[in-house]
Design a protein around this ligand. Structure first.
Ligand SMILES: [Zn+2]
Length: 333
């Protein structure tokens, strides 16, 4: 074995770690954003309604339905991982029902919501949108086998006398993200759109289609339901959470439209000369910060981490307003 030169790693990552006291401070997380305490194994499992349950590790969420013919699992986030089966085992034991996961529904193809799928390899039937299958075959991750059963627009899944309505209503966060409606449980599961109590993480929850993302809450609210499973953080959502998120995004959208025409890019181009990207960055960063500022002020203390991520989401909405909608774009005379 070769000896590493003295300046080499092992310790260097430690040396470069910032001291915690130098890191930025943010507004406290409102109590309303927090969910139930986790158990010793690091998860919480609770009843949504009747035989529908949800699991959280505080950051990710999964759900399952116990039926007389086995368990239907809705997403398998890898951070919850083996705790998914532990949660199922616990509920099955308490209720004297089967703990065998027979079906797994993918909300969309992303690894952070489906990366524990391969833990259920024995006799599970995977179901997902046809685009989820195409993307999973393309990305070829052994942790996420492609669904064998697919659908195009809608599919009613009936297992052990229970009904789950799956629908693809257009691209949003990802091209394949679906609406999972459990009409007999008054519940809608829609992942990576609304984080109950929290601002979206980076760029609209890392969204590929911003206009689709902005339209998704209205499609969600068009369904009848009381309980919302959004896939992230520590608690379930309500219709009020979806409504609040919708207002937050509408405020960002309106602020961008109001701010964009008021900022003059000229000084950035004067300053940076032939470095076009430096000028573009200076200008768009100023637009982002100016548009985000009133939204941050309005939602701090209302949505957790509004001060952490509103600027990032504002940038993404601004780019969609410019590039998808052509707003504030001009044609050379
Ligand atoms: Zn995702």
């Amino acid at each position: 074995m070769k000896t590493l030169p003295q300046t080499q790693p092992a310790k260097s990552s430690k040396l470069r770690a910032p001291s915690a006291q130098d890191l930025p401070n943010y507004a406290p997380v409102p109590r309303s954003a927090l969910g139930p305490a986790l158990n010793e194994q690091g998860f919480y499992v609770g009843r949504v309604e009747r035989n529908l349950y949800w699991i959280t590790d505080g950051t990710y969420q999964s759900a399952f339905l116990t039926t007389r013919d086995g368990v239907v699992l809705l997403d398998a986030p890898p951070t919850i991982g083996h705790n998914i089966q532990r949660a199922v085992d616990q509920i099955a034991a308490e209720n004297g029902v089967s703990n065998k996961v027979t079906h797994l529904v993918y909300s969309h193809h992303h690894a952070d919501h489906g990366g524990a799928s391969s833990l259920f390899d024995k006799s599970v039937t995977r179901i997902g949108h046809e685009e989820t299958r195409r993307l999973l075959l393309r990305d070829n991750d052994p942790a996420r086998p492609a669904p064998e059963e697919t659908f195009q627009d809608r599919r009613t899944l009936e297992v052990g006398g229970e009904r789950i309505e799956l629908a693809w209503l257009g691209s949003n966060h990802s091209p394949d993200n679906i609406y999972i409606h459990l009409p007999e449980h008054d519940t809608l599961m829609l992942i990576d759109i609304v984080n109950a109590g929290w601002a979206p993480v980076y760029i609209c929850n890392l969204t590929e289609d911003v206009q689709g993302y902005l339209g998704a809450p209205a499609k969600a609210l068009a369904y009848p339901w009381k309980h919302f499973i959004g896939g992230h953080l520590g608690r379930l959502g309500t219709r009020d959470d979806v409504d609040l998120h919708q207002r937050y995004m509408a405020d960002i959208d309106a602020s961008v439209r109001k701010t964009l025409p008021t900022i003059d890019p000229t000084p950035y181009f004067q300053k940076y000369g032939n470095n076009m990207w430096a000028a573009v960055k200076g200008y768009l960063d100023e637009c982002t910060d100016a548009a985000a500022a009133p939204v941050i002020e309005k939602y701090t203390g209302v949505l957790a981490a509004a001060d952490v991520f509103t600027a990032s989401t504002t940038f993404w909405v601004m780019e969609s307003i410019r590039l998808d909608l052509g707003y504030a774009s001009w044609v050379h005379p």
